[in-house]
Design a protein around this ligand. Structure first.
Ligand code: BTN
Length: 331
């Protein structure tokens, strides 16, 4: 990704639907020729940026729907003060696995890895995560918090709440969080989180937070076995999302959520956000933890982020981990 690309794209973004004259872009690039500008914009168009030339008026960005994940365009959307170490890949086995390799190579953190496609996307419990290149987003955020592992208890829940609030502010539809790691919309899964940590001498050394979000994929893009249980934001809202704008907002929002988490300031809004996005409270659930299956009614979470389930025997059971299915007879 070249700084020139980012400069050009930021200028086009600033002007929205208004075309920017070629000479203005040429001047912005330090007085290059208009032909050089044209060549540059052609290259960006070939990369998927859909730049339109308006005769005698200049250039503008075309419909965001036509744009795929593009590193320079994503950077152009980021606020100037928020420039993380950001890697944008066309394809990778798994962004979480890539994170591990980069941590082993000593890359600085915070590090964000985004990909258009994964060939071995990983879900919880060793399950695969469907990761086709169809307008969805695969991301990993990498930190070195050097903290007590016990502090991470509600980390994934907090990040999930941040994801839900960003989606709601972007689309005006309200997703829900299904404890402990699913993002749902209209009863179907649009996202999943996979947090992996390496602990050295009782300290969390590496913290790898992976997030898969079904944004612009179509129902037909999902394999048949997922069609009933998964959907995408675009399927529900009926309109594709501006992928690069959303990805930039996601990066800023989640880096801030991480800072709030470790500063402890997240506590002031956690309960309110949990009440807004928790989709289990008051509903019948089946929880599977190891070989145990417990049925009851979800009662929210405790201060550590464990799920509370009120059983038919009148007891409240507490789960630090587990698989939850909605409905008493499920599983
Ligand atoms: C789940 O619901 O089981 C968790 C799914 C997590 C998927 C994301 S996609 C980005 C990151 N890379 C991976 O291989 N997995 C996570």
């Amino acid at each position: 990704m070249s700084p020139t690309d980012v400069t050009l794209l930021r200028e086009l973004l600033t002007h929205g639907p208004e075309p920017v004259p070629g000479p203005r872009l040429a001047k912005l690039l330090g007085g290059v020729s208009r032909v050089a500008v044209w060549h540059h914009l052609q290259k960006l168009t070939r990369e998927g940026c859909a730049i339109e030339a308006i005769p005698s008026r200049g250039y503008r960005l075309g419909s965001p729907a036509a744009v795929r994940l593009h590193a320079a365009l994503l950077h152009a959307h980021l606020p100037r003060q928020r420039r993380p170490h950001l890697i944008c890949l066309d394809t990778v086995d798994s962004t979480n696995s890539e994170a591990e390799r980069r941590l082993a190579a000593g890359e600085p953190v915070p590090l964000v890895i985004l990909a258009r496609e994964q060939t071995k996307g990983r879900g919880r419990r060793g399950r695969p995560w469907h990761s086709a290149a169809n307008g969805n987003l695969y991301s990993t955020f990498v930190f070195r918090p050097e903290t007590d592992p016990a502090r991470l208890q509600d980390f994934t829940l907090w990040m999930g709440l941040a994801v839900c609030s960003l989606i709601e502010s972007f689309t005006r539809v309200r997703p829900g969080l299904k404890w402990p790691n699913d993002v749902l919309l209209d009863g179907r899964k649009i996202g999943g989180m996979l947090t992996e940590a390496r602990v050295d001498a009782d300290q969390v050394r590496d913290l790898v937070y992976g997030l898969g979000l079904n944004l612009n994929g179509r129902a037909a893009d999902f394999p048949p076995e997922l069609r009933g249980v998964a959907t995408s934001l675009a399927e529900v809202t009926g309109a594709p999302l501006d992928l690069n704008k959303f990805a930039a907002a996601l990066v800023s929002h989640l880096l801030r959520a991480y800072e709030q988490f470790f500063a402890g300031t997240y506590r002031t809004s956690f309960a309110e956000l949990w009440a807004r996005y928790d989709i289990l409270r008051g509903r019948p659930v089946t929880v599977i933890q190891g070989t145990r299956t417990v049925r009851g009614t979800a009662e929210g979470i405790d201060a550590e982020g464990s799920l509370l389930v009120h059983t038919a025997r009148g007891e409240t059971e507490r789960f630090r981990a587990g698989e939850v299915t909605l409905g008493k007879d499920a599983a």
